[in-house]
Ligand binder design. Structure first.
Ligand code: ADP
Length: 478
């Protein structure tokens, strides 16, 4: 049980009850003074003692209450007032105004129960009875006078008992409130600590965010510089390379005079290397556009037949170089419609077919096109070197190759698959790989089938597509 809280409340009660008790004493004394003076009575010293002592003791008790041993001051107040009361009673016993004094004992009983402890009222009553008897006896009054005092004494006892019971109740209530109050305080302290922790965590988060923001801006800045650099370099290299390839071609064709076999061979190598360099440059430029978010698609509804045939004819020359590899196509009877950027999709397909040619020494390469209800699949399957499972995801990252020394022999940058994946995903499709080392590879592009929309929906789709194209995404052709 927590007594501190009860003590605090008793102190509050004392600061109200003590002055009130003291004022009642003073009123009584002043009243007695007036009556005594008007009756011409002498010997008023006891009244002056009360007039002086009561306020002093009250002040002392209230001051003392603020100190650690708080109840001492309150006991002093009660004890002194008991004595003052006995003094008044002793002097006024024989006159009419003395009759009310026993009731003042009841007042002290109430004050003691309320301000010291529930039992204190009974103690005060127990002390007041012999004091009253002493006063009566010292005044030499008869046994009859005790009879007159019986009523206030019984009243005092009953009041003491009633005060004891109600003060016990009050104390229990106060103590349980006090327990609740302490719990609430502990909870509030916990909440406060949590709030402090939260605000510290919040501060850390804010500073982390700021750091992240700085890092993001620095990364963006770096990316911009890299993109600009790649754009510039690619453009600067493309013009002279085009000249090299074209002039080598013209020379090889004998456009400016006869060339012998060795010269033709060298010129063919210059032209081939030039084309390869141009492809690498194009890949670099595409990558730069992808990173800068400037990679655009121009969509059209198409059946993919042209895309497939043009892609195949682009790599036909490479295929013919190796007799040990056969090439076959498996096309559907009816070509499903898709909404694609034909040039970009062809570029992706050429990448896959080119890789199949590069990494297949013997066997076959197959281009398969088929569809189900919702999707169209373009599959490039080869019987080449295959790819170990741990590289299946890696090779779709920029500049990553399975075995870089072997890849170098076959000439590659490691950009073809990342670009292909990006452009397929921009079409709302996916690219997957099934492969095992030594057993060949199968790359499958999956694209959503084109679904013609109702006229009203079509106009809404156009509005959406236009909005998207303004943000640099798709062209609104389908
Ligand atoms: P690269 O220009 O090097 O071919 P890609 O991004 O097109 O770049 O391919 C990345 C790597 O994936 C290649 O270097 C190669 O190791 C592997 N790869 C791609 N296609 C095949 C394939 N059909 N068979 C075996 N390995 C392949």
């Amino acid at each position: 049980m927590n007594r501190e809280y009860s003590n605090e409340l008793r102190l509050d009660t004392a600061s109200l009850v003590f002055p009130v008790t003291s004022v009642l004493f003073l009123v009584y004394v002043l009243f007695s003074l007036v009556i005594s003076v008007s009756a011409g009575l002498s010997g008023l010293g006891h009244l002056l003692v009360v007039l002086l002592l009561s306020p002093l003791v009250t002040r002392y008790a209230l001051r003392q209450s603020k100190k650690p041993n708080a109840s001492t001051g309150r006991w002093v107040f009660i004890a002194v007032h008991l004595l003052l009361l006995t003094l008044l009673f002793g002097h006024n016993l024989s006159n009419s105004i003395g009759a009310v004094i026993p009731y003042f004992f009841t007042l002290l009983i109430i004050a003691a129960s309320m301000t010291i402890a529930p039992i204190a009222g009974l103690y005060v009553w127990g002390i007041s009875v012999p004091l009253v008897i002493l006063a009566v006896w010292l005044n030499g009054l008869s046994i009859l006078s005790f009879g007159n005092l019986l009523a206030p004494m019984i009243l005092g006892l009953l009041t003491a008992v009633a005060m004891y019971l109600s003060a016990m109740d009050w104390q229990l209530a106060v103590e349980s409130v006090s327990v609740l109050h302490r719990r609430a305080q502990a909870r509030r302290d916990e909440l406060f600590a949590i709030k402090e922790e939260l605000s510290a965590a919040n501060d850390r988060l804010i500073s982390l965010n700021q750091e992240l923001d700085r890092a993001r801006r620095a990364a963006l800045h770096e990316r911009d510089i890299r993109t600009r650099f790649m754009n510039n370099v690619s453009h600067e290299l493309r013009t002279p390379l085009n000249a090299i390839v074209n002039f080598a071609h013209i020379l090889k064709q004998g456009g400016v005079g006869e060339v012998n076999q060795i010269q033709t061979d060298y010129l063919a190598r210059i032209e081939k290397s030039g084309w390869h360099l141009l492809e690498v440059l194009n890949d670099l430029l595409d990558m730069a556009q992808i990173e800068a978010g400037e990679f655009r698609l121009y969509l059209k509804v198409s059946d993919l037949r042209d895309v497939c045939e043009e892609a195949v004819s682009s790599v036909q020359g490479l295929m013919l170089e190796n007799d040990a590899v056969t090439f076959q196509t498996e096309y559907p009877d009816e070509w499903p419609l898709v909404c694609v950027d034909q040039i970009r999709l062809k570029q992706g397909l050429i990448n896959l077919l080119g890789n199949a040619v590069k990494y297949t020494e013997t066997g076959s390469i197959t281009l398969r096109v088929f569809a189900d209800e919702t999707n169209v699949y373009l599959q490039v399957a080869d019987t080449g070197v295959g790819i170990a499972p741990e590289y299946h995801e890696l090779i779709f990252q920029e500049f990553k190759q399975v075995d870089e020394t072997a890849a170098r022999k076959r000439i590659g940058t490691g950009l073809g698959l990342p670009i292909t994946r990006h452009l397929v995903e921009r079409h709302g499709g996916t690219i997957t790989l099934e492969s095992e080392p030594g057993k060949g590879s199968t790359f499958t592009i999956c694209l959503p089938r084109y679904v013609p929309v109702e006229p009203r929906e079509e106009s809404m789709a156009l509005v959406a597509a236009e909005a998207e194209s303004r943000n640099g995404a798709l062209s609104p052709d389908c």
